[in-house]
Write a protein that binds this ligand. Structure first.
Ligand SMILES: NC(=O)c1ccc[n+]([C@@H]2O[C@H](COP(=O)([O-])OP(=O)(O)OC[C@H]3O[C@@H](n4cnc5c(N)ncnc54)[C@H](OP(=O)(O)O)[C@@H]3O)[C@@H](O)[C@H]2O)c1
Length: 301
């Protein structure tokens, strides 16, 4: 099969597109013929070696954590899916940006999502749902999302709105109209956030989800009145220091199905800033690494 790969840890110049062995699904897994794969910050953090101490990979490695495609092979013990079904989901830390990918968690891709939208939904939706669930019920509450214009933040905005929350999202000004289109009240991140929020939420903010590795966790704790009302998906170091819970993505088909159901209802539509062909995988990683993606970057296969 054709695949994006890197043979050593390093910059985007390590990425090549070449032939690689076809992967085989193990028990409980499926293989899909990939139509599109998501690009997530973890892809380039793994590729450049900065997280190798706790997320080591075998080299050469195929980048990519989530994908959409048609099921072409089914592992032992799997009965919930048939050959040719269109599913989106998650594999290992690597492996998705190739013609064939193995998934260990998946759900039917909503018919009203394009392949690009479905590819954008895997990691972002399970991370957003995990973070929101950790915060508890949302109905009638005001939720602040730090980093609301990114892949995880945008998914969290739409899903929290669907769960009945009033959502305030932080982003740079260029993304304020985008946040409004997702259903959030936009506010600029950085120094003075608490003062800016006073006008937007005169009765205060109840909960906060941090989806940006911006170092603002202590401010979020102060804004909502305690670490138990904050969850982060991005800032493990400050979370430990402040007693804030961390929600990490899990390969959970139930969460993917829940995200897909919101998709079918038109309440969660993954947004794509840019799509790249497989041959431009290095450009796709460089785009994500700049840190200001609006929605998601997707690679088509
Ligand atoms: N724990 C897990 O399992 C897990 C899973 C997925 C992701 N993550 C982590 O969660 C974070 C977000 O992931 P993602 O996929 O959503 O990333 P992303 O799509 O690359 O996020 C980019 C967004 O971050 C915003 N941003 C940049 N600087 C910011 C700041 N100082 N304050 C607030 N927002 C800022 C940008 O908004 P502007 O352009 O408006 O600046 C942009 O929209 C990453 O650190 C990622 O590694 C963790």
């Amino acid at each position: 099969m054709r695949a994006a790969r890197y043979h050593e840890y390093g910059g985007t110049d390590t990425l090549v597109v070449e032939q690689a062995p076809d992967p085989l699904p193990g028990p409980g897994e499926i293989r899909v013929r990939v139509t599109a794969a998501g690009v997530n910050p973890v892809d380039w953090k793994v590729r450049n070696g900065s997280v190798r101490d706790f997320l080591p990979v075998d080299l050469p490695a195929i980048p990519g954590r989530d994908a959409v495609g048609l099921v072409d092979r089914i592992g032992e013990g799997v009965s919930s899916v048939g050959i040719g079904d269109r599913v989106f989901g998650l594999g290992g830390v690597t492996g998705a940006t190739a013609e064939l990918a193995v998934l260990s968690a998946w759900a039917p891709a909503p018919a009203n999502w394009s392949d690009e939208e479905a590819a954008a939904a895997g990691l972002a939706s399970v991370t957003a749902l995990g973070g929101l669930r950790a915060l508890g019920q949302m109905e009638g509450l005001t939720l602040l999302i730090e980093g609301a214009a990114g892949g995880v933040g945008g998914a969290a905005v739409e899903i929290a709105r669907a769960l009945g929350a009033t959502v305030i999202g932080t982003a740079s000004e260029r993304n304020h109209a985008y946040l409004t289109s997702l259903g959030a009240l936009p506010v600029t991140y950085g120094a003075g956030l608490a003062e800016r929020l006073a006008g937007l939420a005169p009765n205060g903010v109840d909960l906060a989800l941090d989806a940006a590795a911006s170092g603002s966790l202590a401010d979020l704790v102060e804004i909502v009145g305690g670490p138990d009302r904050v969850v982060t998906v991005a800032d493990h170091v400050n979370a430990q220091r402040l007693g804030v819970r961390v929600a990490n993505a899990v390969n959970d088909s139930t969460l993917l199905a829940e995200a897909g159901a919101f998709g079918e209802q038109g309440r969660y539509v993954p947004r794509i800033e840019q799509t790249y062909p497989l041959e431009e995988i290095a450009k796709a990683h460089a785009h994500s690494e700049r840190g200001h993606v609006q929605g998601k970057i997707v690679v088509t296969i």
